[in-house]
Design a protein around this ligand. Sequence first.
Ligand code: NAD
Ligand code: MG
Length: 381
Amino acid sequence: MTKTLAVLGSTGSIGVQALEVAELMGFEVQALTANSRTDIIEEQIRKFAPKIAAVADEKAAADLKIRVADTSTKILAGKQGVEECARCGADTVLNSIVGIAGLAPTLAAIDAGSNIALANKETLVAGGKIVLDAAEKKGISILPVDSEHSAIFQSLQGCQGKSQIKRLILTASGGPFFGKKKEELENVTIEQALNHPNWSMGAKITIDSATMMNKGLELIEAAWLFGMKAADIDILVHRQSIVHSLVEYVDNSVIAQLGVPDMRIPIQYALTYPDRFVSPVKQLDLAQAATLTFEKPDYETFACINLCRKAFEMGGLYPAAVNAANEKANELFRNGKIRFLDIPRAVEAAFDYTADVSDYTLEQVFETDSLIRSETERLFI
Ligand code: NAD
Ligand code: MG
């Protein structure tokens, strides 16, 4: 039987690659969503003929309705429209929306009983336990798309239980500013920060890679996904992005997943798990790669990593708060409003404005998100 799929954030870097995989695998695409790029989503609608599609921006949605009036795809608008697409009931909903905007759609898709292929790491960072509890209640799986988490998930196949795992090791490319000290980063430009050495990705995550906030977010994502303590997750800078992450077992055996840096591998695995299929991705040529290097991150210069570790250890709303501060500061930096090192400063400042609670509701997550965004703007503009 043909597998059905919905892609949320289909016009982005991951969304476009997910549709490439879907086409190759012959999946039936039931729903697509975007924020504003009507030209791209129009093309996708014509190619995949989904039952429904949504555009978060209301004006853009009206434009799309006119563009595809000759097709049978129903066009919805706004946040609600995106959530309705998430509820389409596809076998798998792949969420590649960027930022906390992905949280409510993830919960909607879980509620509708779809399995989740998750690229939108901010969903787990901010929503944490709420998302996992909802998934458990519905008996659905959350399969990682993020390359490091896919690597860990793949390295855990055959693991007989959590007591056998000693630690997880996330690899990091180190981003464009690897080897630089704090003083050298004070005046870096947006163009320099957007120049990632190994991966071509959306703008927000590319800046997150330059600050290494991305690795901090991934540490929290891994802690939730695999039920690990933050203390049992280590980070190694691996400049070549070939070893995508590793699992160390109690017998000191280390199992890793390797491959060329191409997101279509983890996307395909999340969509076809537990099966594997032929992929158009280039074969890994280790003889050509020749050298693989590993070293400890510079936690002093890239302060965001340990701020995320601390947020996860403090628990409650702190992960949502550091995520919100980063999303806002990242956006302000991309708009030329603040300097690069204001991003870690904003993430650090978020702790002072966060309510210290152990249990929290979804409403509190969204309240924290908007409070920290406005505090960040107030403090740094
Ligand atoms: P992107 O900016 O290229 O695409 C983001 C998508 O989300 C677009 O389709 C956009 O229309 C949509 N979107 C943005 N704001 C929205 C809103 N308010 N409401 C609804 N839709 C909205 O980003 P990306 O690089 O594809 O990353 C997407 C997610 O995947 C992020 O969470 C990122 O951290 C994660 N991720 C990306 C990569 C990568 O290689 N690009 C790797 C691992 C994880
Ligand atoms: Mg990653």
